[in-house]
Ligand binder design. Structure first.
Ligand SMILES: Cc1ncc(COP(=O)(O)O)c(C=O)c1O
Length: 365
């Protein structure tokens, strides 16, 4: 990325040689992203990250659908989507005439209820949005079933997946085969913050959210973030190269951490079924503990964990994901996500195993 933030400083929409060099970098990055996500280069729209990609998918498709005369339309989402999808669905229902939002629940492990999905699908549905992997508990969703059901029961609908959390661990080209719109974010892959992309399959009707200079084939105006596009492509390529070996290595570390903590901490529980969870996520509930207090204690001991989605004020929202899975509020209150990745070592896991049981005991005491 560094040369594109300093030396190759041309404006990619310009026409002189410096501009052409910047443009070439964006187009090379587009080719790379397209190949890694199983898309054609013209189907890749660079965005400012996962949130914008999700917003563009939801509001863009529903904006186009709502303009078709006299038609009521429905967006169907899972109940455990990231706020970038859920709030976009809610905004579409609030702002666009004739748009309804239908939520489909999950089972106790966070897996989409396909029977309920089938019941929600009919000819009025224009968009179905189901994430590849969940950001709180890590559950991977049955996307190929979602695509098959949608094609059969709501043939006019397009399918979107938020692959922001799944792309580090799964081959998106395979896992999202047949999906019309795919969101990714660079910073979940070791790339820069503030860069992402939406794959928009050729023929998908989509209204732009950002209009102006007509960049990205009129789907997302604004001067390109050249370094961001290069960073996203490089991060995706680097993850793809080591994905299988890393999934095995990190999965083993996660199992050691989860099993060790389930053994060492009385009445600790694991919300999701580990068999269908991405290798980098270890989500545990420690009943009788306040997760915000646990985060602070662990931070002091050098273990950085997440207590769920923080809103802009930094305060914790109750987890809609755990609520949808039927986890009682008193247990959800003590839930923590340990995230493991390419920098996580066995020593990190041993450190967490040494620190967490004591911290939980202290808070319970
Ligand atoms: C599943 C999921 N979707 C979307 C986003 C938003 O992506 P970004 O932070 O790039 O806006 C996140 C970020 O945490 C996420 O986990």
């Amino acid at each position: 990325m560094a040369p594109f933030a300093s030396q190759v400083f041309g404006h990619p929409s310009g026409h002189h040689r410096q501009a052409r060099a910047a443009r070439q970098a964006v187009e090379d990055a587009r080719d790379q992203v397209a190949e890694l996500l199983g898309a054609a280069p013209g189907e890749v729209v660079f965005t400012s990250g996962g949130t914008e990609a999700d917003n563009l998918a939801v509001l863009g498709v529903l904006g186009a659908a709502a303009r078709r005369p006299g038609q009521e339309t429905v967006v169907v989402s899972s109940a455990v989507e990231h706020a970038a999808v859920l709030e976009a669905c809610r905004a579409a229902a609030a702002r666009l005439p004739g748009v309804e939002h239908a939520l489909v629940g999950v089972d106790t492990h966070g897996v989409l209820d396909l029977e309920r999905l089938a019941e929600a699908l009919d000819a009025r549905v224009s968009l179905v949005t189901v994430m590849l992997a969940n950001n709180e508990v890590g559950t991977v969703q049955p996307l190929s079933d979602v695509v098959a059901l949608t094609r059969r029961l709501a043939p006019g609908a397009v399918v979107h997946t938020d692959a922001v959390q799944g792309a580090a661990w799964l081959d998106v080209a395979l896992a999202a085969r047949g999906v019309d719109l795919v969101s990714v974010s660079a910073h979940k892959l070791g790339g820069p913050k503030g860069a992402g992309a939406l794959v928009v399959r050729e023929g998908t009707q989509l209204e732009p959210l950002v209009v102006g200079g007509g960049q990205e084939r009129e789907r997302r105006a604004g001067t390109h973030d050249v370094a961001g596009a290069v960073g996203l492509a490089t991060a995706l390529a680097s993850v793809a190269k080591d994905r299988d070996a890393e999934a095995v290595r990190v999965g083993a570390l996660r199992d050691r951490l989860a099993d060790g903590l389930l053994d060492a901490v009385p009445s600790a529980t694991e919300a999701a079924d580990r068999k269908s969870v991405v290798p980098g996520t270890c989500h545990l509930c420690f009943e009788g503990v306040d997760r915000e207090e646990l985060v602070v204690l662990l931070d002091e001991a050098g273990v950085c964990v997440s207590a769920g989605a923080a809103c802009a004020s930094g305060a914790l929202e109750p987890s809609h994901v755990l609520a949808a899975m039927g986890v009682p509020a008193r247990i959800a209150r003590g839930s923590i996500r340990f995230s493991l990745g390419h920098t996580t070592s066995p020593a990190d896991v041993e450190r967490a195993l040494a620190v967490v049981p004591e911290a939980v005991a202290r808070l319970r005491g």
